[in-house]
Design a protein around this ligand. Structure first.
Ligand code: UDP
Ligand code: MG
Length: 310
């Protein structure tokens, strides 16, 4: 699979329900790539789309020897599709981008020429994000939370789009973990990273291919894959509440012995029962989440299953 860099540039695109933008994307990419080198490949990974995406990929692969298609056996998610594409890519440089034309193919030469100034990865920073306001606000909140929880600074303006040297890709491919989040993996592997400001296209697809729920899952997974801080926070919280409970118990005892308690308090009892039960449940839930994730990791399943290739 990994034959070393025979190709100069690989472009990896995860494709899901993108039939409407795909032809334009391939057309524009081919024009851009032809201007860069003859040693190029375009790897389109169909993440189990139910529209005509795969037919369009097959047609493109017939028409051009640069285009390679992979179809996954079902919808595995964007970051698994990226892994599938990276696994077959051979370029000295690899570009990862979205299929919905929000990442402009015309920016690739700029990213590459910035990389020539001694960077191993150049990430596209979307200066005028063309997403709805609530999406931008939500993602800004998530990135802040992510940074707090994991200590990994992720720039909300940076997505998957960027150009990555073979050694960066190689390092990411060694991360065979089942919970994947490409931008965080890029940060994790390190190397010399640069940024390049790009403009952000309007999505060719009217609505994002994932809804709030799958984004939420992705966010939670990414958080838990990169941090055990939630666990440590529950311990802190438990400790805090336990200390308060201890002080409360002490004062109650003192009041009891000084005779200032007339009716033994039903209220304080019931309050502590609820507080403690809540705390215990919360901690258990948190631990359970990680146990579940560990289980997922330990199963060591393949990251994706390939159905067909062109
Ligand atoms: N995508 C994918 N599998 C999925 C969902 C999305 O491969 O289950 C791809 C999609 O084709 C696109 C990229 O991931 O190339 C980003 O998807 P989208 O534009 O829907 O997400 P957003 O712009 O909201 O991040
Ligand atoms: Mg999009």
């Amino acid at each position: 699979m990994r034959n070393g860099p025979e190709t100069y540039l690989s472009v990896v695109v995860p494709v899901y329900q993108s039939g409407r933008s795909l032809e334009a994307l391939i057309y524009r990419l081919e024009a851009v790539m032809a201007g860069i080198s003859q040693q190029v490949e375009l790897i389109l990974v169909d993440d189990g789309s139910s529209d005509n995406s795969w037919e369009l990929i097959c047609a493109a692969a017939r028409n051009s020897k640069y285009v390679k298609g992979i179809r996954l056996s079902r919808n595995f998610g964007q970051h698994h599709a990226i892994a599938a594409g990276l696994d077959v890519s051979r370029g000295r440089w690899t570009v990862v981008m979205d299929a919905d034309l929000q990442d402009l193919p015309e920016e690739i030469p700029h990213l590459l020429s910035k990389a020539m100034h001694g960077y191993d990865a150049v990430l596209a920073r979307r200066i005028n994000r063309k997403d709805s306001r609530w999406k931008i606000a939500l993602s800004a909140g998530f990135y802040r939370f992510f940074r707090y929880m994991t200590g990994t600074p992720l720039d909300p303006a940076v997505g998957n789009f960027g150009v990555y040297h073979r050694k960066v890709i190689q390092a990411i491919l060694q991360m065979r973990e089942s919970i994947r989040y490409f931008p965080a993996q890029v940060q994790w592997v390190g190397f010399r990273q640069g940024y390049f400001n790009v403009s952000h296209g309007k999505s060719a697809v009217s609505s994002s291919n994932y809804g709030f729920r799958s984004k939420f899952h992705l966010g939670l997974n990414a958080l838990m894959a990169f941090s055990d801080k939630p666990l440590r926070l529950t311990i802190k919280l438990g400790f805090l509440i336990a200390s308060i409970g201890f002080i409360f118990a002490l004062t109650t005892l003192i009041r009891y012995f000084t005779g200032s308690i007339v009716v033994p308090g039903y209220a304080s009892l019931i309050v502590s029962v609820w507080v403690l039960a809540g705390l215990i449940l919360m901690t258990l839930g948190m631990v359970g989440l990680y146990v579940g994730k560990t289980f997922e990791g330990v199963k060591n399943r393949p990251l994706y299953v390939v159905d067909k290739k062109t």
